[in-house]
Design a protein around this ligand. Structure first.
Ligand SMILES: Cc1cc2nc3c(=O)[nH]c(=O)nc-3n(C[C@H](O)[C@H](O)[C@H](O)COP(=O)(O)O)c2cc1C
Length: 187
């Protein structure tokens, strides 16, 4: 979840409009990993973003309940610059690989694939079983970018924040969002 929270912050600081949906399982993970409690029925941006939420232009953030299939992002006619699922569970990878579309996250991912728009999956699982590898392959074959949350060490990270920023920066590279979150190799 620290990857997701930082990505949201970076996108909002970059003056992007962000359409956000969150699964119930992500609420559990947020509490376990960041000690933050979110109620998806009455979404409060600061409960997700923490104190940094006060510095951001939240008018650019549009939140949808995960069962709200009327949301714009459920339709191919609603234009976006791309979609990121961060972090992406193996369950969600399976739903996308097989098109079973049980919630708004799965549906919006299906839409991005069928519209040939950028879909970036940030799985965080290790080791990977054969079913998971096959599902990830199916997603990649359908056009998704599989970008595992796998921090680099050539950047000589000074702490966890640097490791988070490396992954968030690589997602931003895929989205075409300029950033200076890490020092590039060869520069
Ligand atoms: C603290 C915590 C960490 C988890 N980490 C992972 C993980 O790294 N990868 C994964 O696939 N599932 C993980 N899970 C399990 C998912 O939450 C679970 O598979 C859930 O059904 C995913 O639902 P979603 O894809 O709708 O978010 C974790 C659960 C908890 C509580």
């Amino acid at each position: 979840m620290p990857y997701a929270v930082r990505l949201l912050e970076v996108l909002l600081r970059s003056e992007r409009i962000v359409h956000l949906t969150i699964s119930p399982a992500a609420v559990q993970v947020l509490e376990s990993e960041m000690n933050r409690r979110l109620d998806l029925r009455s979404f409060q941006a600061e409960a997700l973003l923490g104190p940094v939420g006060r510095e951001l232009n939240l008018a650019r953030l549009h939140y949808y309940h995960h069962q709200d299939f009327r949301a714009g992002i459920a339709s191919g006619s609603f234009l976006t610059a791309g979609m990121v699922i961060c972090p992406c569970s193996m369950g969600t990878v399976a739903a996308i690989a097989h098109g079973t579309s049980q919630n708004l996250i799965h549906r919006a991912a299906d839409v991005h694939l069928k519209e040939r728009r950028k879909l970036i999956l940030v799985p965080r699982e290790t080791p990977l079983g054969i079913v998971q590898l096959r599902n990830l392959t199916a997603c990649a074959e359908a056009g998704a970018v599989v970008l595992p949350a796998m921090p680099a060490f050539y950047t000589r990270p000074q702490g966890i924040q640097d490791m988070i920023d490396f992954i968030v920066g690589r997602v931003c590279d895929q989205l075409g969002v300029p950033h200076q979150l890490f020092a590039r190799w060869g520069c």
